[in-house]
Design a protein around this ligand. Sequence first.
Ligand SMILES: Cc1ncc(COP(=O)(O)O)c(C=O)c1O
Length: 383
Amino acid sequence: MTVFNRHRHEFPTLASGIHLLSHSLGPVPSTARESMLAYCDAWENHTSEDAWATSWWELSRRVGDRIARVLGGSAGSVQIEPNASIALATVASCFDFKASRRNKVVTTALDFPSMEYIWDAQRQIGARIEIVNAKDGIAVPLEQILDAIDDETCLVALSHTSYRSSSRIDAAAVVERAHAKGALVLLDVYQSAGVLQLQAADWQVDFLIGGTIKWLCGGPACGYLYVRPDLQRDLRPRLTGWVAHDAPFAFAPPPMHYAKSVRRFAQGTPSIPALYSALPGLQLTETVGLEQIAAESVRRTEWMIEFALARGWQVNTPREPHKRGGSVMIGVADGPAMVERLAERKVYVDSRPSAGLRISPHFFNTDEEVEEAMNILAELLEK
Ligand SMILES: Cc1ncc(COP(=O)(O)O)c(C=O)c1O
C-alpha cells in the first residue's frame, strides 16, 4: 500500500494546532512566501507598462487555466475575478430580466448570503427569484429544485456544496432539467473545488464560481468564473471594464467590443498579488491529486459522522457521501463559545448560526489529528 503524502512540512501553520478550517481559510503553503517574493521582484523590475504585456496579463490566463483543471474544464474556460460575489454579479449582468417572460432565477435557501443579496437586488430590474427551501435546514430536496425549473426560468443558480450544511446537489441532474427547459445553470463551487472531483465539461454546466482561499490553500481575493466555452460568445456582461475589451490597449471609445475569449468576463485591473498567492496551493493540489484528496475526505468525514452519531450528537450534514462535501457540521448549544473552548485546546474550527460547528479535515491533516479533535470535542460536550 502506498503511503498518502500529506505534505505537512509545507504548511507552517499546522505547527500551531489542529487546523480543520479548510471551508473558511486554508493554511498557507510555505512556497507562497517565495511566490509573493517573486511578485515583489517582478514589481520592482517593471519600469513601464511592459509589466502587463510581459508577465501579468499572461499570469491571469495561466492561473485561470490551472483552476479550469481543478473544475474539470478545458483551458480558456476560466476568468479570474476579484471574488465569487463579483463573479456572480458579472453573470447576473448578462441577463435582461425585463426583456421577456423568461426572467425567473431559481436559487436555494442554503446558498451563501452574498448570493442571496445579489439575487434580491436583481428584483429591482425585473428578475423573479424563487428560493427553494430546505425544510430540515440541511438539504434542499432535488425534486423540489427540479420542479421549480420551468419554461420561464432563465437561470438556476445555487451552491454545489452548501457552506451551512455541506450538502451537495446532483449537478448533472440539475443541468439536464434546466437545459431541457431552456435555462442556464450556475453552480457556486467554492465549497467543492479542491476537495471534490468536479466535472464542469461532462456536466455541461454553464457557469461555475468560487475562489481559492479555502480548500485550494490560496490567498484572498482570487475568485474565478468558469463559462461553458460554447456559450461565452453569446454573453455580454454589463458589469465590465477595459480588461474585457477585445483590444484593451487601444483604449477605444464605446461601443464595447468584448474579447473573443473568457476574458470578456473580466472588469478592470486584476489583483496580481492574489494570482501569485494562489499558485502554490494549486500546485500542491495537483501534486497530491484530486482523486486522492476526495477519497481521503470521504473516508474521514464518514468516520467523523459515525463518531458523532454513536454519541447521539446532532449531525447537520447529509449522511450519504455523494450528498455531501468535505465538512461535517455538528449542532451544539453555543457554537461561538465551543469554537473558543476548542481553540484553547488548539483545535481550530468555526461555527455558523443554526449550522453549529463546521469541521473540515483536508489532505494535510493526519488521522490522529482528526481523532484527537473529535475526542477533545467529546470531552468538552460531555463533561
Ligand atoms: C459557498 C460560498 N460562496 C461564496 C462565498 C463568498 O465568496 P467571496 O467572498 O469570494 O465573494 C463563500 C465564502 O465563505 C462561500 O462559502
